[in-house]
Ligand binder design. Structure first.
Ligand code: IMP
Length: 195
């Protein structure tokens, strides 16, 4: 099945292709000549996920899905949450976001460092919207470790792999336990049953 994934993030695209497997051919907005950044101005992950999928559907009229992901850190009252991409700067700067996250946590040294990734996927198929969600529980490391994955992975320790950050685990293990893996496998199961 050919379907457009509303993302410009190479890490997300690679993961989604691995999670969805051979039955799906993923196309990106860039593949279809859409090079502008897709807006995400909502107040919640779900609003952003809908906004990204709708933006593409209105332009291309094709079946598509979008994922919006946030990192919720309990000691920071749920921040960065929906602002995870632009936590430190206006420009999806992974390094600066991690530096800011560790600095904010250093201000509250006695608090537990529990956190979670949440993903909301919006699928638009034949003009109808469907939603799929996934969560990965864990905690924020004291320092960055590992070079795989992307985004906040070098400072996120999943409950399923307590000795390592997600950036040390490799795609296969990450995809098995991750927020995006759970949401996209639910989407794939729905598509297999309904299309
Ligand atoms: P968005 O869903 O592309 O808006 O992502 C929000 C922010 O979370 C970006 O800074 C991403 O790099 C980061 N992010 C999204 N998914 C992951 C992930 O699986 N691991 C680590 N960081 C992520």
């Amino acid at each position: 099945m050919k379907i457009v994934f509303a993302t410009g993030n190479r890490g997300k695209l690679r993961e989604a292709a691995e999670i969805l497997g051979e039955g799906f051919e993923l196309v990106t907005p860039a593949d279809m000549g859409i090079t502008e950044e897709i807006p995400e101005t909502g107040d919640t992950l779900k609003e952003n996920s809908i906004q990204k999928a709708q933006y593409l559907y209105e332009r291309m009229g094709c079946n598509c899905f979008a994922d919006d992901t946030g990192l919720e850190v309990d000691a920071l009252g749920g921040a960065p949450g929906v602002h995870s991409a632009r936590y430190a700067t206006d420009g999806h700067d992974f390094d600066a976001n991690i530096v800011k996250l560790l600095a904010e946590l250093a201000k509250v040294p006695d608090q537990p460092r529990t956190a979670r990734f949440k993903s909301v996927v919006t699928l638009i198929i034949d003009g109808e919207m469907h939603f799929f969600e996934g969560t990965l529980e864990g905690k924020i490391a004291q320092e960055r470790v590992g070079t795989q994955g992307f985004g906040y992975d070098p400072v996120f320790i999943a409950d399923e792999a307590p000795g390592h950050t997600v950036a040390e685990l490799g795609d296969e293990f990450k995809n098995r336990i991750s927020h995006r893996g759970k949401a996209l496998r639910a989407m794939a199961a729905w598509l297999r049953e309904n299309s």
